[in-house]
Write a protein that binds this ligand. Structure first.
Ligand SMILES: NC(=O)c1ccc[n+]([C@@H]2O[C@H](COP(=O)([O-])OP(=O)(O)OC[C@H]3O[C@@H](n4cnc5c(N)ncnc54)[C@H](OP(=O)(O)O)[C@@H]3O)[C@@H](O)[C@H]2O)c1
Length: 301
């Protein structure tokens, strides 16, 4: 036991061992004797650690989402598809949606989805129809959408109106339908970002949406309780969407993030998926925003 350190700083039994070490190195130089002493001491410590390890019992647990159903709106690619994979390995059934039927079919086959539905998640009627036909489920995650960047002078206001709908109204449409289909204690998880917290040219819309989502989430959590509502705010995540937006700049961006982020690596969809599954399973979490950006917001990478 650490508390048994004697005055010399040696553990009980060590003085004898040290003495033995000295004896075996009795004819060596002071440096040789010191090396023997250190080896002896290390040997004791390693032996001590191994004894401790032997007594540990490995953690055995049930899959965390066993028998539950997870709906991913925007589940045919990137963060949504990775969350579906993760949910499957935790024993859940998954239902995937997206717009492109082919992509959806491929994703559904991979994760052996219970069912799929192809529709545009910015269409309130399509969302209503989808939820109407749905049995009671445990969790709904919304990853459909993409960010909008653009300078004021270049804005097409019709497009902007559509994009605002995509980001904010979509959450309301889904929440109104989900409140009757998600079981009490289940979750609605929305996706936002951390990048829009820092004002910059071209970040008008992204910034407004970023600021609004945590508040919207907290209000929904109060209003549609006992369904829990939470928001995941990501920085750069290495997904097909990021690849599409960055084109041939993708590798440079990855390199830059590897050197500047406090975590010294790029955040991937698996990082977000494991957070999403944690939010699904931790029934104390509601109304909150969880950042997963590897510290990007603090270093302006
Ligand atoms: N990647 C990042 O760095 C990052 C950072 C912060 C936040 N986010 C947000 O996280 C979410 C997921 O991003 P991701 O990188 O995983 O994107 P992704 O790889 O493009 O995946 C998006 C998924 O949503 C579906 N989708 C997109 N728009 C849709 C719509 N209007 N209706 C129905 N389905 C739709 C896509 O399929 P279809 O195209 O076939 O519909 C796809 O399955 C997005 O909202 C994004 O803005 C991403």
């Amino acid at each position: 036991m650490r508390a048994d350190y004697c005055e010399s700083g040696l553990l009980p039994g060590e003085p004898e061992a040290v003495e033995a070490g000295y004896r075996s190195a009795a004819h060596g130089s002071p440096r040789t004797r010191t090396a023997a002493l250190v080896r002896k001491r290390l040997g004791l410590l390693i032996g001590e650690t191994m004894n401790t390890v032997k007594t540990l019992t490995p953690i055995r647990r049930e899959p965390e989402l066993l028998g539950q159903t997870v709906v991913v709106i925007g589940g045919s690619s990137g963060i949504g598809l990775e969350t579906a994979r993760r949910a499957r390995t935790e024993g859940a059934r998954v239902i995937l949606t997206g717009r492109n039927p082919e992509r959806l079919k491929r994703a559904a086959k991979e994760v052996e989805a219970e069912s799929t539905a192809a529709f545009d998640a910015t269409d309130p009627l399509a969302i209503e129809r989808f939820f109407h036909d749905l049995p009671t489920v445990d969790h709904v995650m919304v990853t459909a959408g993409r960010p909008y960047y653009g300078r004021l002078v270049d804005m097409d206001f019709n497009e902007v109106r559509h994009l605002m709908a995509e980001h904010l109204l979509q959450a309301l449409y889904v929440a109104r339908s989900a409140m009757n289909k998600v079981r009490p204690g289940g979750t609605l998880i929305l996706m936002g970002g951390t990048g829009g917290r820092r004002p910059a040219i071209g970040m008008n819309i992204a910034g407004a949406v970023t600021a609004a989502l945590p508040n919207l989430t907290a209000n929904l959590a109060v209003e549609i309780a006992p369904v829990r509502v939470n928001l995941i705010a990501a920085g750069f995540v290495d997904t097909p969407l990021s690849a599409e937006l960055l084109g041939d700049q993708l590798e440079n961006r990855r390199d830059h993030l590897r050197t500047t982020l406090p975590i010294r690596r790029v955040v991937g969809p698996k990082d977000v998926a494991s957070l999403a599954v944690h939010i699904m399973t931790n029934t104390a979490l509601t109304g909150a925003t969880y950042d997963v950006d590897g510290g990007q917001q603090f270093v302006a990478a």
